[in-house]
Structures are given as C-alpha cells and as structure tokens.
Design a protein around this ligand. Structure first.
Ligand SMILES: Nc1ncnc2c1ncn2[C@@H]1O[C@H](COP(=O)(O)OP(=O)(O)OP(=O)(O)O)[C@@H](O)[C@H]1O
Ligand SMILES: [Mg+2]
Length: 172
C-alpha cells in the first residue's frame, strides 16, 4: 500500500496468542478466501447503530455452531473495536471474514489515526471527550479487553490519517 512516504507517521502493533501463532502466520502468508464475508458501515458518533456488526457476526457464527464461550469472546472484542471506530474516529467499514477454523474481523476507520499505539494499549489510557464519556465509554479498557479476548490483534495506524484494527479468533 502507498501511504505517501515520509509525510505520515505509521505505526503497527501485533499480538499473537502463543497457542495459535503458527496458524495465524499461515493465514497472513496464504491469505485464503473466506467462506462468508459480511460488510458493515458505521458513522461517526453513531452510538445507536454501534454494536450492530458485532452482534450480526456473532449471530452468523452461532448459526454455524461456534461454541458459546468463543462467541462471547468474539462479540466482546468486536463490540469494543466497533465502539472505538465510532467514538474516537470518523467511522468507517467493518468486514467479517469467516473461515472454517476462525473469524477475522477488520475495522477500517477514516481517522484521525492513533499517535502512540503502545500508550493506547495501556489499561486506563483514554482520550475520550465528554460526549463519549456521557455514553458510558472512556475507561480506557477497550483495547486491553480486545487483546485479552482474541488470538490475534493487529493495529496498523497512520497518525493524522486512519486506523485498521484486525482481530482473529479461532473456533477451538
Ligand atoms: N479507532 C481509533 N482511532 C483513534 N484512536 C483510537 C481508536 N481506538 C482507540 N483509540 C485511542 O486509544 C485510546 C484507548 O482505547 P480504549 O478502547 O482502550 O479505551 P476508550 O475507548 O478510551 O475507553 P473504553 O473502551 O474503556 O470505553 C482511546 O481513548 C483513543 O485515544
Ligand atoms: Mg474503547
């Protein structure tokens, strides 16, 4: 991808749960075709519809017979990422890719990007403004909670531009 070279401050963060690290690397090497793809859009500060993608993906996976405890982890992580996309960014696109053994959910937003990803991962760190706090968000626990619940977390951000958050959860 061409980000326009030196003008941007790009940053990347990867987390792999050890148990699934090899299988996850295989995904990123092979980039297989998903069996099912689900696309959603979320607007800025759209707290009415935020959470819709997370629950639709959860329902689709439930119909496919994914275990309840795993469904719960997927729903929590997807919900937090979806809220962040509407609360901290100008909204964007969400794509759920279902594979036979795992789900990959991508959250692409329209910026403004995350300046310091390591700092944003620290429990309690939040830049949420009053409107976001009035909605009950802003404890600074969303990203740590995502990490706790997923097998892969990838954050790719260009400060001043946009963020991609990708999560993978294996079905067992
Ligand atoms: N998509 C995003 N775009 C820009 N900044 C983000 C994005 N997601 C997270 N951040 C930044 O990272 C910080 C931490 O995010 P995190 O989800 O952990 O906490 P929070 O959203 O502030 O509060 P909580 O999730 O507990 O309601 C945010 O306050 C914000 O500064
Ligand atoms: Mg959050």
């Amino acid at each position: 991808m061409d980000y326009g070279a030196v003008r941007y401050n790009m940053a990347e963060y990867w987390y792999f749960r050890e148990e699934y690290e090899d299988k996850a690397h295989q995904h990123f090497n092979d980039l297989p075709e998903p069996v099912i793809t689900m696309d959603f859009k979320i607007g800025e500060r759209d707290f009415v519809n935020a959470g819709n993608a997370a629950s639709q993906i959860k329902m689709a996976l439930k119909r496919l017979g994914v275990d309840n405890a795993i469904l719960r982890r997927i729903a929590i992580a997807a919900y937090e990422a979806e809220i962040n996309e509407t609360a901290h960014a100008k909204g964007g696109d969400i794509t759920g890719n279902i594979f036979p053994e795992y789900v990959l959910i991508k959250f692409y937003d329209k910026g403004p990007g995350i300046g310091d990803i390591e700092q944003s991962m620290v429990p309690g760190f939040s830049t949420a403004d009053d409107q976001v706090r009035e909605m009950g968000f802003g404890a600074g626990l969303g990203l740590p909670n995502i990490k706790k619940n997923v097998d892969v977390l990838h954050i790719d951000s260009v400060a001043g531009s946009r963020t991609l958050v990708e999560i993978i959860v294996f079905f067992g």
